[in-house]
Ligand binder design. Structure first.
Ligand SMILES: Nc1nc2c(c(=O)[nH]1)N=C([C@H](O)[C@H](O)COP(=O)(O)OP(=O)(O)OP(=O)(O)O)CN2
Length: 267
């Protein structure tokens, strides 16, 4: 079984009174919109078998055509309705729109199965519907900078350098970590995104930011500050602490080539 993802980028003119600017560049945005509008970016993930004759799970052009017909119309209709009624497109409304697209798109694909639909609200924030669990999830990225040294006191110096290489450098080395926290809100209407941000920042990010993890934090006296252990530390710190939401996963990037995801011990 394969999973194939296509990103669909389009713009919605909130007032809709200039007509559709279709545009010719789907890499940028198609429909292209007018001036400053709503830019929508959807990741459509399909699951299925690859056909022997074409090598396709499905032709990307077919995903484009279906997603553009279904999703563009839903976003356009719902955004324009809300704006003309003088209402904000809140996070709750945005989640409802995504759910409507999910239902529509799910019916459009066969035999391929829509396995996930993700809206990148901005480069650091997304809403995801996953077909595996049918969960509607909210994710946000944070960052912190820290220094660390990878070392095990029970190893000889030789073994430490053999195991950890340059990461065992006595003076340590630094990273700009990116932390993505994903939560499942119990109720999107009451989900307090700012409380979520405040908790993640206060309980985790601020404790590690601009610190020497190996020296300044008790946790890392017992645990080597690898990206795997930092992810578990983050999970343990935040699990059960988010108001009106269940912590679903923690993903931490040590750099843009390495990240670790943790969903608790039960996974
Ligand atoms: N399983 C893990 N392996 C390594 C971790 C880790 O947290 N978990 N961490 C490190 C070091 O912290 C290191 O700084 C990161 O390694 P690497 O990406 O290899 O370092 P560079 O960016 O300098 O990459 P080069 O290809 O070596 O230039 C190591 N391993």
């Amino acid at each position: 079984m394969h999973r194939l993802t296509r990103q669909i980028r389009f713009s919605v003119d909130p007032f809709g009174n200039e007509g559709d600017a279709e545009g010719f560049n789907s890499y940028c945005s198609k429909p292209a919109g007018h001036g400053l509008g709503f830019f929508i970016c959807l990741n459509v993930e399909l699951q299925g078998s690859v056909q022997a004759d074409t090598g396709f799970l499905i032709n990307l052009a077919e995903i484009d055509a279906k997603a553009r017909t279904e999703a563009v119309n839903i976003y356009k209709k719902r955004i324009q309705q809300m704006i003309s009624a003088g209402k904000n497109v809140t996070l709750e409304k945005n989640a409802e729109i995504l759910m409507e697209c999910w239902e529509g798109l799910r019916r459009s694909f066969n035999p391929q199965k829509l396995s996930s639909l993700e809206q990148l609200v901005n480069p650091y924030k997304k809403i995801t519907i996953s077909g595996d669990s049918n969960m509607l999830l909210y994710s946000e990225k944070f960052e912190f900078a820290a220094t660390h040294k990878l070392w095990n006191e029970n190893f000889s110096e030789h073994k430490n350098f053999e195991q950890f290489g340059k990461c065992a450098n006595p003076q340590g080395h630094g990273h700009n970590y990116v932390v993505e926290i994903t939560a499942e809100p119990e109720n999107w209407k009451d989900f307090d995104r700012f409380d979520f941000q405040k908790k993640v920042k206060k309980l985790f990010i601020d404790k590690l930011d601009h610190k020497n993890l190996s020296k300044d934090l008790e946790y890392y006296k017992q645990h080597n500050p690898t990206v795997e252990n930092i992810t578990v530390h983050c999970w343990q710190t935040l699990s059960g602490k988010l108001k009106g939401a269940r912590l679903e996963s923690v993903r931490i990037w040590e750099n843009d080539r390495a990240y670790c995801t943790y969903r608790g011990e039960q996974e």
